[in-house]
Design a binder for this molecule. Structure first.
Ligand SMILES: [Ca+2]
Ligand SMILES: [Ca+2]
Length: 257
């Protein structure tokens, strides 16, 4: 009798467990953002930001962390999307979402954390950089070689995109002899699919230095001591020669002691 009761109990436990497992299977999984473009917004400027990820085509709501009712935000086009150039769709997701954001003009530079909701819950927090419009320069194509290099103002952040496979972006800047210039690319540490490589050259196009990954991130950093007064070049490309909409980056050059 006791044995039979035990067997019944065990059976009940099994069926309870399996219905719990079924319940779990039915519950939709939370969405995830794997990439975004551009990587930044400017206060007072309405911007369309594209997100790539898992289950974003059923997005219903967007929120900021901490909550900020002064930001105007709207979810726009939601759709299924193919995996770009051979990337694994399970990793980067097969959906896209557009959000149109206006951050108030008074907001100071920094970061803006956000989350997207679907029936399955909220995405983990992601962040956009907030950079004043006057401190940003946009990349201008064509800039694929030394002859068509884009001259840049080193006091500003350049915002660019490796827009297709094998795209290389080249920028020109001036430096004085002995000046130390720290150059870095921000991409992977934000939410870009780009694995950037940066390379620096002198005015004749001779290689000076290069970096792929630094400080535990796929984003490179290099410090150049200018050997003489004159023009220099810096190039940005993808380590795997890939490119596309979600291969955005920021390039910053600053003089350091
Ligand atoms: Ca480009
Ligand atoms: Ca890299």
């Amino acid at each position: 009798m006791r044995l039979r009761a035990f067997a019944l109990l065990a059976l009940a436990a099994v069926s309870f467990r399996s219905s719990e497992a079924q319940e779990k299977e039915k519950k939709p999984e939370p969405p995830r953002v794997t990439a975004c473009a551009p990587l930044e917004v400017s206060p007072g400027v309405t911007a369309t930001v594209r997100l790539r990820g898992l289950r974003l085509d059923s997005a219903t709501e967007l929120r900021f962390v901490p909550a900020d009712p002064t930001i105007k935000a709207e979810l726009k086009e939601k759709k299924k999307a193919d995996a770009p150039n051979g990337l694994d769709v399970k990793e980067i997701g097969d959906t896209q979402l557009e959000m149109v954001l206006t951050v108030p003009a008074e907001r100071p530079p920094g970061t803006l954390k956000y989350q997207v909701n679907t029936g399955g819950g909220w995405t983990p927090e992601r962040e956009l950089r907030v950079i004043a419009g006057a401190a940003l320069i946009d990349e201008k194509e064509p800039n694929g070689g030394f002859r068509e290099a884009q001259g840049i103002d080193r006091t500003k952040t350049l915002r660019g995109v490796i827009k297709e496979d094998k795209d290389v972006d080249v920028f020109a800047f001036k430096a004085t002899a002995g000046e130390r210039i720290e150059t870095r690319v921000i991409a992977a540490q934000s939410a870009s699919l780009l694995d950037p490589v940066l390379t620096m050259f002198d005015a004749r196009g001779q290689f000076l230095c290069s970096n792929d990954d630094s400080a535990g991130s796929r984003d490179p950093m290099a410090t150049l001591t200018a050997p003489s007064d004159g023009n220099y070049f810096v190039s940005v490309q993808d380590a795997g020669d890939r490119g596309g909409t979600f291969y955005a980056y920021e390039l910053e050059l600053k003089t350091v002691p």
